[in-house]
Design a binder for this molecule. Structure first.
Ligand SMILES: Cc1ncc(COP(=O)(O)O)c(C=O)c1O
Length: 345
């Protein structure tokens, strides 16, 4: 599939590593029925550019190219108080000589603090121009439009980057990732049976699915929901995958059954820690020296471990875990991930 007709900025030096995880695989097997579990590879999208990068880096390559083509001088986006997406969008804006403004939605009441560390510290360090804080459940799209209108009244031009960078254009970032993976599978002689990833605003899951379908890569994808159970998450991902396929002109209907997500690992609430996330973060850190984050990839890995424990995967099945980043949030939860706080399961 030819992506070259879509304008793209480049924020990463090259492909991210695709690595086998021997010690994690061994430790996971010990938790599985009869001591037999899947074999685990990891795609290190936590090592993307705009460091510490993550899945948003891929989406922003296309979204920022579009903003520049539209003559924008300011990126306007939204997210939760510790949003990786906002931080990486700001990094892209700084790199391009643009300004950046956020609408922050307090999904957990009173969770935004001007002087917090983690991503919020980096917002200040990289010089976000303005932050509007709105309560959870607000009309965030309207709030972003209001920011764009205020900029227009000053003779400036804002460009709205949707939440999580998840629209058809942003999803192209994960079509590019599908193509990168296809080449790596070939180069490394690896045949993967299934991909496990984190499914949130849906651009990663939907974009990768569209990329797999478009490139005839027949590897099923399991998305671990980080804020919704399947009844709400799957239609979202399905719409995103279809929108990406349409933008690509693929002339295909995304099969509904190709969208699979798993719930139950994000509770009690989006971004609120649980014990299974802690187990996952500790296990990968202590077997492979790889750091997950508590809000997204820790819960996604908890899903992979939980499914393996239930015998969902065939013994020796080859799984690829997509590490989508999120490192700066880890320090916000030091005591939790060290197991010093009682948490719900
Ligand atoms: C580290 C990390 N992983 C995964 C996700 C979820 O990806 P998506 O929003 O594309 O579903 C996010 C979203 O913010 C994220 O920051």
């Amino acid at each position: 599939m030819d992506l070259s007709r879509f304008p793209r900025r480049r924020y990463s030096a090259g492909p991210t590593p695709l690595d086998y995880l021997p010690r994690f695989t061994q430790a996971l097997a010990a938790l599985c029925p009869n001591g037999q579990g899947p074999r685990i590879w990891i795609k290190r999208d936590d090592m993307l550019g705009l460091f510490p990068g993550g899945n948003k880096t891929r989406k922003l390559e296309f979204l920022v190219a579009d903003a520049l083509a539209a003559g924008a001088d300011t990126l306007v986006t939204c997210g939760a108080p510790q949003s990786n997406h906002c931080r990486i969008t700001l990094a892209a804006a700084v790199k391009e000589g643009l300004k950046c403004r956020f609408v922050i939605e307090e999904r957990v009441p009173n969770s935004f603090h001007e002087d917090a560390s983690g991503n919020q510290f980096m917002f200040r360090l990289m010089g976000v121009e303005a932050i509007t804080v709105v309560p959870g459940g607000s009309n965030v799209a309207q709030a972003m439009q209001q920011v764009v209108d205020e900029l227009a009244a000053q003779g400036r031009k804002g460009y709205i980057v949707p939440g999580g960078g998840s629209n058809a254009l942003g999803g192209l970032g994960y079509v590019a990732c599908a193509q990168e993976l296809q080449q790596q599978f070939f180069d490394q002689g690896v045949q993967i049976d299934r991909v496990v990833l984190c499914s949130g605003s849906s651009g990663t899951h939907g974009g990768l699915l569209a990329g797999f379908l478009g490139n005839r890569i027949q590897i099923p994808i399991v998305g671990i929901g980080v804020s919704r159970d399947p009844a709400d998450q799957e239609p979202l991902v399905h719409r995103e995958a279809q929108a990406v396929a349409d933008l690509l002109g693929l002339d295909l209907v995304v099969p509904r059954e190709s969208v699979l997500s798993v719930g139950g690992y994000w509770q009690p609430k989006y971004s609120v820690p649980n014990a299974r996330m802690v187990e996952a973060v500790q296990l990968l850190a202590r077997t492979e020296g790889i750091l997950l984050d508590p809000v997204y990839t820790g819960k996604a890995m908890a899903g992979l471990i939980g499914l393996a424990r239930e015998g969902f995967f065939k013994p020796d099945e080859k799984l690829l875990f997509l590490h989508t980043g999120g490192l700066p949030a880890l320090n916000m939860y030091e005591r939790e991930v060290l197991g010093q706080v009682d948490l719900p399961a």
